[in-house]
Design a protein around this ligand. Structure first.
Ligand code: UGA
Length: 468
């Protein structure tokens, strides 16, 4: 199938490469010249395990190309994905300006050679499907008006291009984006147009029936034979995306709220999470207590959901509590540092990890940044080491007065405490005996409950986890 994906950011690029791998002809349209040039020369502008190699391979097969010519890509395609960013505005609403520009441009580029399906892959507020349809129609009308001005009315032009807008939210996670795209828990398509849902089902058929050859670096999970294909109306598909992220964020905040109570009553949140997670109705995923959730999705989506509810004067007490617990949770490690070190002024604190989670260089809404700013405000010196995002942090946060370390041992040198903020695999394998000797004061706050507490204590380091 001929596919056009507008926006070669995180979601757009992964979607393009995966659909190209499945045998489709994909043109990824990118308007940023630097990013386009980098993609055309085999580079990927962010860190995602396996993606650079995968993009190179699918490009070499001839199935994936990059272009800034939206009109040509749209005219060739049967299915057009909108995968541009929708970052949060200061008031919590998503900034839909890129979606607006792209939807109108798609309308302007459509011809009447075939019926197109315009797919909303960007995370947009409930009701945006109808809005995008209006914008595409506006683009069509504008193009027709200027065509009429140049081509005489007798030229026999037909009624105009035919298209339908569907919603197809994505559920991939940073750090495991390719595997999540090939082996999703479900594929959701929001549309009441039978032809459109049939085309989308056909496009995703290799994933639904798991008939494609699994890439060597992303093996198929054992026993996965089929992926549910869920067809809903537009608004429900849009709400599924927000509700899924809000629920996951709420689950983590729940575990974090219980972790505080565990500390009061002398219980261990890891045991509590295991005990409740074994109930299949609850499930054990996303019950890890720690410094809380971050990233570009949970905060943005929970706040967008609250904004939608506000338009209807509908109260969202659970969502508000989810955010409040998370805001509070980021600072629990500072409380623990105060309990152990008493005075933080003049102390040197080493942050293990900066990215909002392992296997990504993404610093958006990263708990490490909140912790660093707060420590600096309190008069401490902050060192940090992240396996991939030291340079990203230097560039994006030039005023953040952090001393960047070259590795975890360099980080530990002369520190009064280490705080594990991001549970990168390499931190779990660190030489804590050596680390203990390098530190000025052997204290480690494990903000993710990810390290082996007994091993660390055996090295002479005071260990404090969260909720235990
Ligand atoms: C999230 C969702 O998991 C994806 O399904 C969704 O597609 C994506 O948002 C999106 O909307 O684009 P992502 O933000 O990449 O994916 O990362 P997650 O793995 O969900 O982690 C989010 C945050 O929760 C991280 O900061 C992580 O450290 C934290 N977390 C996760 C916890 O604090 N505890 C847990 O038990 C699990």
């Amino acid at each position: 199938m001929d596919i056009c994906v507008v926006g070669a950011g995180y979601v757009g690029l992964v979607t393009s490469a995966c659909l190209a791998y499945l045998g489709n002809q994909v043109i990824a349209v990118e308007s940023n010249p630097e990013r386009l040039h980098s993609l055309q020369s085999g580079g990927v502008p962010f860190f995602e395990p396996g993606l650079e190699e995968f993009v190179k391979k699918t490009s070499a097969s001839g199935n994936l190309t990059f272009s800034d010519n939206l009109t040509a890509a749209v005219q060739k395609a049967q299915v057009i994905f909108i995968a541009v960013g929708t970052p949060s505005l200061p008031n919590g609403e998503p900034d839909l300006s890129q979606v607006m520009v792209v939807a109108r441009a798609i309308g302007g580029a459509l011809d009447d050679s075939k019926r197109r399906i315009v797919v909303n892959k960007s995370t947009v507020p409930v009701g945006s499907g109808n809005w995008v349809e209006m914008l595409v129609s506006q683009g069509v009308a504008k193009a027709q008006k200027s065509a009429k001005e140049t081509v005489p009315a007798s030229s026999g032009r037909s009624e105009g291009p035919s298209f339908v807008v569907v919603s197809n939210p994505e559920f991939l996670r940073e750090g495991s984006a390719i595997a999540d795209s090939f082996y999703p828990d479900r594929i959701v398509v929001g549309s009441i147009d039978e032809q459109a849902t049939a085309v989308m089902k056909n496009l995703y058929k290799p994933i639904i029936s798991q008939t494609f050859e699994a890439p060597s670096f992303a093996p198929r999970p054992a026993k996965l034979e089929t992926v549910p294909f869920v067809v809903t109306d537009l608004a429900s598909a849009e709400l599924i995306k927000y509700s899924a992220n809000a629920f996951l964020a709420m689950k983590i905040s729940f575990a974090n709220e219980i972790s505080g109570l565990c500390e009061k009553v002398g219980a261990d949140v890891k045991q509590v999470a295991q005990g409740i997670g074994l109930d299949y109705r609850i499930g054990k995923a996303f019950l890890n207590a720690g410094v809380g959730w971050g990233g570009s999705c949970f905060g943005k989506d929970v706040s967008a959901l609250m904004q939608v509810a506000k338009e209807y004067s509908y109260p969202t007490s659970l969502l508000e509590a989810t955010v409040a617990v998370n805001d509070r949770q980021r600072l629990v490690v500072i409380k623990k540092l105060q309990e152990e070190l008493k005075i933080l002024k003049g102390r040197t604190i080493g942050l293990m990890g900066l990215s909002f989670k392992p296997d990504t260089d993404d610093l958006r809404d990263a708990p490490a940044l909140t912790i660093a700013y707060q420590l600096l405000k309190m008069g401490a010196s902050v060192k940090a080491y992240d396996p991939v995002s030291n340079d990203v942090c230097k560039t994006l946060h030039p005023h953040l007065d952090i001393v960047y370390a070259a590795d975890v041992e360099d980080l530990a040198s002369d520190c009064d405490a280490l705080v594990l903020v991001t549970e990168w695999a390499q931190f779990k394998k660190a030489d804590f005996k050596k680390i203990a000797k390098l530190m000025r004061w052997p204290l480690l706050i494990d903000g993710r409950n990810a390290l082996d507490e007994d091993e660390i204590r055996a090295c002479g380091i005071t260990y404090r986890g969260v909720g235990c």
